[in-house]
Design a protein around this ligand. Sequence first.
Ligand code: PAF
Length: 274
Amino acid sequence: MKIFKTTKTTKEYLKNNKNETIGFVPTMGALHDGHLSLIKQSKEQNDITIVSIFVNPTQFLDGEDIDKYPHKPQADEKICEIAKVDVLFVPNEKKIYFDQETKLFAPSIKAYILEGYDRPGHFDGVLQVVNKLLNIVKPTFVYFGKKDAQQLYLVKNMVEEFFLDVSVVACETIREANGLAKSSRNTYLSKEDTLKALQISKALNIAIKYVQKGEYDAATIKTKISKQLKNLYIYYVEIVDKNFNYIDKIEINNTIVLVAVNINNTRLIDNIWL
Ligand code: PAF
């Protein structure tokens, strides 16, 4: 596995691999099985797989502690090596950002609801860095998890609007055997917190059952979910279509049910696609 720390070395290496398809998995490290499933899918579909690890400062808001973000460089490197990643790109901040630079603003409505409502500006930072990374790596396919559904939607749109020559692949959420969606943030949870967090997937499964029984009223489904989460601090329980418009009626194959809660100062998100 090649490890590159600069955009220059990464670009030079890729220039010499002109005829091969490149699969790209952008991450902020603290890799887990969710990332591994993206890597696996990339390896199946491409000649070369590149993983980037960059804890992007611009997607953290003032007051959000970037230094608290889990940082496991050695373990991450080992995981990538075992997964037979071809290139690990680990740039430092100065190699990615410039002193005075052009800013990218995510579309105001879709980026300032849900996650963007509680974290205004977060998606500006996400798009800024993803745009840069895509321009450095110039992948054939880029892999994102459906768990970060709003991020996935906004990245897909940016790729279309900026005419970027890459296909965005949406990958299924990977869960623990107990249903908890895999997330780097799960490392913050104590045993007791984890037990509380299990309510989230339980609530979403209850929603699936109601929909299977023919209940398509969004307000009713949201109430059922909120009831199950009654002991947690809820940021939102919302139902949108795949373009992130709020909807009143669930439409099969065009609905995402999203939940965000706070457990002991850890923000956890999850969703189901119906
Ligand atoms: O989902 C993430 O880990 C980050 O938001 C991403 C896409 C790597 C951008 O920093």
